[in-house]
Unconditional design. Structure first.
Length: 131
């Protein structure tokens, strides 16, 4: 089924656990490949640079939620990994719920099948130390 898609990409520049290949461009390329393979149409791209704050969220997330609430049909919200929504599980769950409440359906391309130990290590680090 062809779906309109919003793509969300995010990097955290001072993240020591982040892969050197983890760039906004690499994330966008991964998401574009996925949408092509699945015949989805990218309607908008959202990109943020920085840590996620669960109370305020980042500018592109707020814009995306506003855009979702204006759409008349279900929108697929796509990221290469669920961690783009925040390193803390509580933050990710809150944002996934908001996406759903605004008419979106969130999909992380590379999970759970390829949920790497590096991401689990990253999550534990940020749960203990804050994002």
């Amino acid at each position: 089924v062809k779906m309109l898609t919003f793509v969300y990409c995010r990097v955290v520049p001072d993240n020591l656990l982040q892969s050197v290949n983890d760039t906004l461009e690499a994330q966008e390329k991964t998401c574009r490949s996925y949408t092509l393979r699945n015949s989805h149409l990218i309607k908008r791209m959202y990109k943020d640079n920085g840590p996620m704050d669960e109370r305020l969220f980042l500018p592109s997330v707020r814009r995306m939620l506003d855009d979702l609430s204006r759409e008349r049909k279900e929108i697929l919200v796509l990221s290469d990994t669920e961690m783009r929504l925040g390193f803390k599980r509580k933050t990710r769950e809150k944002l996934k719920n908001l996406i759903q409440q605004h008419g979106g359906q969130f999909i992380a391309i590379n999970e759970p099948e390829s949920f790497t130990s590096a991401f689990l290590q990253e999550e534990m680090f940020y749960e203990e130390n804050g994002e």
